[in-house]
Each structure stands twice: as C-alpha cells, then as structure tokens.
Design a protein around this ligand. Structure first.
Ligand SMILES: Nc1ncnc2c1ncn2[C@@H]1O[C@H](COP(=O)(O)OP(=O)(O)OP(=O)(O)O)[C@@H](O)[C@H]1O
Length: 360
C-alpha cells in the first residue's frame, strides 16, 4: 500500500499478452475516459482488461484462456487503485489453466476481496439481457448490488443457500422430518435476505426510473418486486404448508431464490414493449442509479464500462447520456468507433486504439 492519491479510482492500468493488445500502461482519468478506434482495433479488449482486473474474469468469455495472446503462455493485467485511504496494487494473471490474483504483494484466495476494491458495472449488448432474460440475471444483479452496500448480505445469502440445499436434498429423499429441521434456518436467513433486498430496491429502483423517465418521457415505467413467496405470509409458514407438495417436486418452490423484479413500460413487460435503444437507456439508468447508490458513503470509486455507447442511440439521446455520465460519481470507460458520434466532453481523457496499440 502507498500514500493516498489525489483522486479515487483506477489511476494506472497495465497489461501484458492480453489478447492482441501491445504491452503498455495508461493513466486514465478518474472521470470519463473515451476509447475510440476502428473495428477490431482493441477497444472492447481494453474494457475486458479492466473487467479482468476487477473481477478476475472476462465479460466476453467463460474461458479465461481466450484472453491469452496467441502464442503467449500467460496474460497479465495490473493496476493501481486509489481509495480514500490508500493506493492498492492489484494484479491478475492467467496462465496454465489458473487465475492468480495479487493484492498489495500477497496472493488473494477470496476473489470478492479484490472485487470489493473496484465496484464495477458493464453496459453492453449483453447487459440488456437483464430485461430480456429470465429472473436469474436479475437476481444476480440484485445480489451484487446489495452486496456492495451491505457486506453482511453475502453471509446471509450463503446461509440461506446452504439451508435451501440441505432442505432440497431432504425433499428429494422424501424425508419430511429432515426437511422440516432445515426450515427455521432457511426462513430466518430468507427473511433477512428479503429484508435487505427490499431496503435496497426501495432506494435504487425509484432513482433508476427517475433517470430513465428523463430519457423516455412518453413512457410510464413501473417496477414490482416479487419476494419468491406469498405476500404478507411468513416464509416459515409457507415452507411448512408447501412441504408435502415439494416432496413430490423434489425441490423448494418458495423463497428468495425464486425472487424477481418486474419492470413494465406502459403496463407491459419492458422487454416486450421497448425498442432496443429504449432498452439500452433503461438498463443504463438501472446501472447509473446503482453506481450512484454505491457511491454514497463508499471509499471506493465505482467503475462503469460502456461498450459502443453511440450504438442504437439517436443524437439527442447520446448527448443526454454523456451529460448524465459527466455527473455520475464513477470512473467511466466508454468506447466508440468514431469520436464524431459523441458530444464534446470537456473533462474526458481520450485514448485512440489502433491494431492493439493504445495511445493516450
Ligand atoms: N487471444 C487473442 N490473441 C490475439 N488476438 C486476439 C485474441 N483474442 C482476440 N483477438 C483479436 O482482437 C480483435 C478484436 O478486438 P476488439 O473486440 O477489442 O475490437 P473492437 O475495437 O472493440 O472492435 P469493434 O468496434 O469491431 O467492436 C480481433 O481482431 C481478434 O482477432
């Protein structure tokens, strides 16, 4: 650890043998960074490198070996991350089928320790699956959001999942007595998880929809949260009532593992009603509001990666989006093929990428 830096965030980023990027290091702005260049220049790869550093994995592939440059043995990304108190050195290396994370000179085994240092969100075409896919993606997003505001949440969620697994195993064996033994633990942890989720959602979603409403003024946006069990009933009662039916199913049908968030536009499911561009704006609003919520009282500066910001947006919406991003308490990295597609941003730092070479 070093002395505190003037500004929070990723103040230096370097890489070696990471896909087709030439070995280099850059000193990004802690506000907006624009990465531009032609197709296949390496813009998305640069975002991927930041993701790799923050989360020890890619957002493009589950197979980390793919990030290793053709012909190289390992890929490395490293960075210096300034928080309010210190400057941390973080490094992620992938080679020989394993990923190693180093934080301030020591190996990190619990990856969330490193993930905690750089709260990160990605806005790309995949991110729109938050609206179009099933509830699993939304629950993962919700869990990640709550975890960054309430670190104890992870333990409660793990406790719940453990009890759920044990009860499911008992249900599959038809062992009603053992299933009942796990119910008080499952209900206690489940209610705690639900409580934290609701507190978080009540703050986050109204703010997200306010941001989105400014971009989609003619659309009425609403949200609803489904806990995963009957409203108003205690989870313990619901589990006891459902036990017999669940034995025949072989797994638990109720609880926070079945939760979902429903977003509607003019009363219709948002994914079915909104255009691609409108969906992009809504997802951007969800992520910006999350980042603003994280930013409050946190010593870590969140990072927002936006791949091809101009795509699918008309001129006025591009301007609105960039103006909004200028006020977000986050470090933003956005890519664009052509700088002409973006409005002038006074504070931004510009990086040009050509054939894998990044120039500041
Ligand atoms: N492991 C690797 N080793 C070497 N080159 C790679 C590797 N993986 C991908 N590439 C190359 O990286 C290029 C893609 O880079 P990237 O996706 O960052 O481009 P981009 O600038 O975002 O382009 P676009 O604007 O088209 O999205 C491809 O030409 C691909 O062949």
């Amino acid at each position: 650890m070093n002395e505190p830096a003037d500004a929070n965030g990723l103040i230096q980023l370097g890489w070696q043998s990471f896909r087709h990027l030439d070995t280099a290091s850059i000193e990004p702005a802690t506000g907006i960074n624009v990465i531009h260049g032609r197709n296949a220049a390496g813009k998305t790869t640069l975002l991927e490198a930041i993701h790799f550093l923050a989360r020890s994995k890619s957002f493009l592939t589950h197979r980390s070996s793919r990030v290793i440059q053709t012909g190289a043995a390992q890929a490395t990304v490293w960075g210096r991350v300034a928080t309010q108190r210190n400057v941390h050195r973080l490094g992620v290396l992938h080679g020989n089928g394993e990923t190693r994370v180093r934080l301030d000179g020591r190996d990190v085994t619990v990856l969330s320790e490193a993930a905690w240092l750089i709260p990160l969100q990605v806005l790309n075409t995949e991110a729109q699956r938050l609206l179009t896919d099933g509830p699993t993606a939304r629950r993962a997003f919700l869990n990640w959001g709550v975890f960054h505001v309430e670190p104890q949440y992870r333990d409660e969620w793990r406790r719940y999942q453990r009890a759920l697994r044990q009860r499911n195993a008992a249900l599959r064996q038809g062992d009603r007595r053992l299933a009942a033994v796990w119910e008080p633990e499952m209900a206690a942890a489940g209610e705690a998880v639900d409580h934290r989720r609701r507190e978080f959602l009540d703050e986050w979603l109204p703010q997200a929809l306010t941001i989105a409403a400014a971009w989609l003024p003619d659309t009425e946006l609403e949200w609803q949260f489904r806990s995963g069990w009957r409203r108003g009933a205690s989870l313990a009662d619901v589990l006891a009532e459902a036990r017999e039916r669940e034995v025949s199913q072989g797994f638990g049908l109720y609880g926070p593992h079945r939760a979902d968030i429903r977003l509607t536009a003019d009363g219709i499911d948002a994914s079915g009603h909104l255009s691609r561009g409108q969906q992009k704006l809504l997802v951007a609003a969800l992520k910006i509001a999350l980042i603003e919520y994280w930013g409050e009282g946190s010593s870590q500066r969140p990072v927002l990666l936006i791949d091809d910001l101009p795509a699918e947006l008309d001129g006025p919406h591009r301007i609105d989006m960039v103006r909004r991003l200028e006020r977000v308490p986050a470090q933003v990295f956005m890519t664009a093929i052509d700088v002409e597609q973006l409005p002038a941003t006074s504070e931004a730092m510009w990086f040009h990428v050509e054939h894998g070479r990044v120039r500041q």
